[in-house]
Design a protein around this ligand. Structure first.
Ligand SMILES: [Zn+2]
Length: 167
């Protein structure tokens, strides 16, 4: 993946797509995304692609294992208080390397806050899909606990990287 080439292709696309260009220009005044997606950094899980959305549609937080630590919580607060998002989705996914690392008790120099949090969310469950689901549910519940006054919806979903279905 060549970053410069990729941007050049995007600019070419904008050149041809008037609606997209207009949308970009309109968004310069401000963003009003309705949905906050908290998902994994995994390169196979691209919210804008799998939810078929575009510029300005989604406010996105991505961390390995879609966990919500301090910085992520601050970003959620921003999305709720300032952007007034109406929906929050914690999106886990199948074959998640971070969940697998937590199950396997792996260590890293800086990984600890993430793996610790996943382990707290999944306990000793060895099954990856069950653990992934528990992890997403725990983060969804954590948000409900942290933002009890929030009036929008907070839910969790799982994305299957084998068939692209969100369930
Ligand atoms: Zn992942």
């Amino acid at each position: 993946m060549d970053i410069e080439q990729g941007n050049k292709e995007f600019l070419d696309k904008l050149e041809k797509d008037e609606a997209l260009r207009n949308r970009r220009d309109e968004l310069v005044k401000g963003q009003h995304p309705e949905t906050l997606v908290i998902t994994c950094s995994d390169s196979r899980v691209i919210p804008e692609l799998i939810f078929n959305s575009s510029l300005g549609d989604l406010f996105v937080i991505r961390t390995a294992g879609n966990v919500i630590n301090e910085g992520e919580l601050a970003t959620v607060e921003y999305a709720i208080e300032h952007l007034k998002v109406k929906h929050i989705i914690v999106l886990g996914h199948t074959h998640c390397g971070a969940v697998r690392a937590a199950i396997n008790n792996e260590k890293g120099q800086y990984l600890d806050p993430i793996l610790k949090r996943i382990r707290r969310n999944i306990g000793d469950v060895p099954n990856e899909l069950i653990a992934t689901t528990m992890n997403a549910i725990a983060e969804k519940d954590y948000l409900k606990e942290k933002f009890p006054q929030y009036e929008g919806t907070i839910e969790y979903k799982i994305y299957d990287i084998e068939n692209s279905v969100v369930f």
